[in-house]
Ligand binder design. Structure first.
Ligand code: CP
Length: 333
């Protein structure tokens, strides 16, 4: 039985098989692959695209989705082992994972980092605990990485550019008033490097460099593909010759758990917004973002409304890659 917690646990060929089947599902949308099957979708955080694309995608394959929000419409869950449960949680992950495995054929989890303790967040304890105690495959719907977004992103790039080997890929930090999850940025580095691209990470200062777990893995992937991996704080250099520009805002790891202090330096970096002038420095690059996106804060109207913006296509592809993934995981169960 295989989980889908990180693309790091899957080979490029295995991921390409999921992408190829997603291309078929985009044409032949409906089948019975999930007939008489049910999937629990657990959201510890809000969602628009992930919930809609999973719920409808499961229905299009003849399955049934149960959507739960622990702590709201389902009991709050305790994740600490040997805990004396005298606080908010009404039940323990051990029972939750076993009961849901009894009812459902797959379990999908969205559980963002809490932005208090970096080491704790890096352990990805919520989804790893589900994986430990569940007896059905577990899918990551965004924790400290966002592997379903990775699949949709790469499918979109392949649809527009064909073979991605040797393309120049830029992940740029962009401004947002609050420190956001690093998940999509971590994921962007993992998947772009895995698919043979030269990868640049552009961020305002050292404080915004992503965690070494992801930097090191991306660098290793690039080295083994004979591609380059660079970190830069120079906007001109970052955008120069890029074939793909992917934008995301994230919180500084140096100020983890200190959003007020971080805001003072963050507010000096509003000029990292993606705009037409920056995009004109690229090799006619495609632009994308995982969404949601604050217009004229993260990217200008000009960029979002341009022909080179493929963010809507990428959001649409979430549905097809996830249907392909669900089918693959059930086959391997
Ligand atoms: N991109 C993404 O995961 O969107 P939602 O947060 O709306 O699910």
């Amino acid at each position: 039985m295989k989980n889908f917690i990180s693309t790091s646990d899957w080979t490029k060929d295995e991921l390409q098989d999921i992408l190829d089947y997603a291309k078929d599902l985009k044409i032949n949308r409906f089948n019975d692959a999930l007939k008489n099957k049910s999937v629990a979708l657990l959201f510890f955080n809000p969602s628009m695209r992930t919930r809609t694309s999973f719920e409808l995608g499961i229905q299009e394959l003849g399955g049934y989705a149960v959507v739960l929000h622990p702590g709201k419409d389902a009991w709050p869950i305790e994740f600490k082992l040997n805990s004396i449960m005298d606080e908010e949680a009404e039940e323990h992950i051990i029972e939750v994972a076993k009961v849901l495995s009894d009812y459902c054929d797959l379990i999908a989890i969205r559980a963002f980092p809490k932005f208090i303790n970096l080491e704790e967040d890096l352990s990805d304890n919520v989804i790893n605990s589900f994986a430990k105690y569940a007896s059905v495959p577990v899918i990551n719907m965004e924790t400290i990485t966002h592997p379903c977004q990775e699949l949709a992103h790469i499918l979109t790039m392949q649809e527009n550019l064909g073979d991605l080997n040797g393309k120049d890929y830029l992940l740029t930090w962009t401004y947002h008033p609050k420190p956001l999850n690093t998940a999509v940025a971590n994921s962007s580095l993992l998947i772009a490097s895995k698919f043979g691209m030269n990868v640049k990470l552009l961020c305002p200062s050292e404080e915004y460099i992503l965690h070494e777990n992801y930097i090191n893995e991306a660098e290793k992937n690039c080295n083994s593909n004979n591609r380059t991996f660079e970190v830069t704080h120079d906007i001109e250099y970052g955008y120069a010759n890029a074939d793909i520009v992917y934008a995301k805002s994230w919180g500084s790891l140096s100020y983890y758990g200190n959003p007020k202090e971080e805001k003072i330096i963050r507010d000096g970096f509003k000029h990292f917004i993606v705009d037409g002038v920056k995009m004109s420095k690229t090799n006619n690059a495609l632009f994308s973002h995982c969404l949601p996106l604050r217009r004229n804060i993260k990217a200008t109207d000009e960029v979002m409304d341009s022909d080179y913006c493929v963010a809507i296509q990428e959001a649409g592809n979430r549905m097809h890659v996830q249907k392909s993934l669900l089918t693959t995981l059930l086959k391997e169960k």
